[in-house]
Design a protein around this ligand. Sequence first.
Ligand code: C2E
Ligand code: CA
Ligand code: CA
Ligand code: CA
Length: 277
Amino acid sequence: AKEEGGARAQRYLAAMQDVITSRLALEKNLRKALERGEFVLHYQPKVDIRTGAVTGMEALVRWVRDDGTIVPPQDFIPVAEKTGLIVALGEFVLREACRQMHAWQKRFGRLKMAVNISARQFQPGLPDTVASALADAGLDPGLLELEITETTMMRDLALTVSVLERLTTGGIAVAIDDFGTGHSSLYYLKTFPISSIKIDRSFVRDIPNDETDATIVTTVVSMGRNLGIGIVAEGVETEAQLDFLRSLECPEVQGYYFSKPLPPHAFEAWMENRLRV
Ligand code: C2E
Ligand code: CA
Ligand code: CA
Ligand code: CA
């Protein structure tokens, strides 16, 4: 039997209500989680493909719930972005990553700590927030790198230029994250002060077999080399991918092949183990 229009509309409204209610609940929980210190950072190494040396690490946020379950960022970052909570969460991430790198530099040397910056954080006040996080941690700006996506950069070009110039003048490195997935990647390279690009995992996944992806990656690596900027291939999982990237002389790699993102203690153990071999 065909449902009455009225009844269908009712059902739709009820479903919408559920979506809104659960989003509000999640928002409230996220706010509480931030107050209670339930967010932690995991760290994934970046490796020099030629020497095998660790060049730095990327900080990736996780939410550890009361019962110990770990919530991955894709389950809460979108809501944090919509509600604006990402600004406070992002500042926590920045401060914690700077603090951790300062603590690690005596033990592991001058490595670069990379922090993801979301679009909502990319505001005129960002350079001051970053400067204050660095100062409070006592961290050299040369050890901090911000990963910013193309989508963020394209929102307001004048703002992007001014914020990036203030950041990089202070000695901070800026990487274009998820390179190739945005709209005018090459334009960004020409216009913004970028120190490196991260080739998105979607291009790395099927190399060397997929000819299109292999060509794209080859071209991006050689372009980076010619422009004198760093290249990191993301999402390297296999020896075959690594061999191919090595043949291209892609300078840096990151991915499960080396390590998943690890909590601080496990990251330390991983580093110690690597220094021993
Ligand atoms: P992203 O910045 O592109 O980070 C890379 C993601 O790929 C991470 O997922 C990482 O665990 C995963 N990954 C790394 N190597 C491999 C690999 O070899 N194979 C596969 N299959 N995956 C790999 P994660 O930690 O779940 O983070 C997902 C996204 O959430 C990040 O993508 C980033 O956009 C966002 N995110 C994470 N932490 C933060 C943060 O502190 N602030 C902001 N604004 N966003 C964050
Ligand atoms: Ca990233
Ligand atoms: Ca990425
Ligand atoms: Ca990504």
